[in-house]
Design a protein around this ligand. Sequence first.
Ligand SMILES: Cc1cc2nc3c(=O)[nH]c(=O)nc-3n(C[C@H](O)[C@H](O)[C@H](O)COP(=O)(O)OP(=O)(O)OC[C@H]3O[C@@H](n4cnc5c(N)ncnc54)[C@H](O)[C@@H]3O)c2cc1C
Ligand code: FES
Length: 288
Amino acid sequence: MTLRPGPSDAGLLEREGVMVPRAFVVAENRRDTRDTVTLELVAVDGDPLEFAAGQFTMLSGFGAGEVPISISGDPAHPEVLQHTIRNVGGVTRTLAHAAPGTALGIRGPYGHGWKVADGRGGDVVFVAGGIGLAPLRPAILEVCADRASYGQVRLLYGSRTPEDILFTSDLHVWAREHDIVVEEIVDAGTLGWRGHVGLVTQLVARGGFDPARTLALVCGPEVMMRYAAQALHDRGVSPPRIRLSMERNMKCGVGLCGHCQLRELFLCIDGPVLGYDRLAPLMARAEL
Ligand SMILES: Cc1cc2nc3c(=O)[nH]c(=O)nc-3n(C[C@H](O)[C@H](O)[C@H](O)COP(=O)(O)OP(=O)(O)OC[C@H]3O[C@@H](n4cnc5c(N)ncnc54)[C@H](O)[C@@H]3O)c2cc1C
Ligand code: FES
């Protein structure tokens, strides 16, 4: 295993307080689905946390621990920091149950985001699986705010069941008011579900975008991203124009601990969003 110091280690270590969280307070805890909530947080010191779409923070529940969570809110409104959290274990359970008024810690924002503006003048395809819609939401909101600069915009969204679909009111607004083609697909339908059943990669294969001028942003379970990126590539989207968010295990978030290392990459500082040209040879590797 190659261990390399993060590119800015010396600077980071000199910078006082890089591991010290800022205090935020839960203003609202909104239930999205049976296992997922969105927290709205405001800074105790009143300073908004400016961020780029696709960045994450290290979010801590005092006494519970700290985990990386993507920012799911609108980059144009950093005064309310939104995090959408799926309750899967010890720390996320505590965060998902944080009532209004609870104090939480935030470090960041960290990492490289989607840079969706690179898609201006062409088509944009968002491919989301499950909670993967949360990190994409800020980029979708950015496109909505500047819709005239983009051509065809599609959101291809796969969920386990219809009950697991996130941001249902957003999906309607994006389709009705912002001319975004929203296609949903579920692994297992329920009574009354009239949409697609299957894998999100099937929606990619249906096309509806011009591959030569498409920017594709993909977020979801790693196996889904691998197949979605391959399907986009098969349709002719060039690998650097296919961007994936690699959400592997992270501890420090700032290039110091090595937990997120993927060969020569430290995903916390080199990613989490990276082009398929760099990731394709690495994606077969299991988490270190
Ligand atoms: C850059 C980044 C952004 C993320 N954004 C979000 C987000 O917006 N919303 C959200 O709900 N989660 C997000 N995650 C995943 C989140 O960090 C993990 O779910 C969390 O660390 C689990 O901690 P825990 O203590 O609750 O559960 P643990 O007890 O540590 O783990 C519970 C289960 O989740 C699995 N798990 C842990 N970490 C991950 C991971 N990174 N990816 C996949 N499975 C994992 C474990 O293998 C285990 O099966 C993100 C992760 C990264 C690296
Ligand atoms: S080096 Fe610590 S999480 Fe990336």
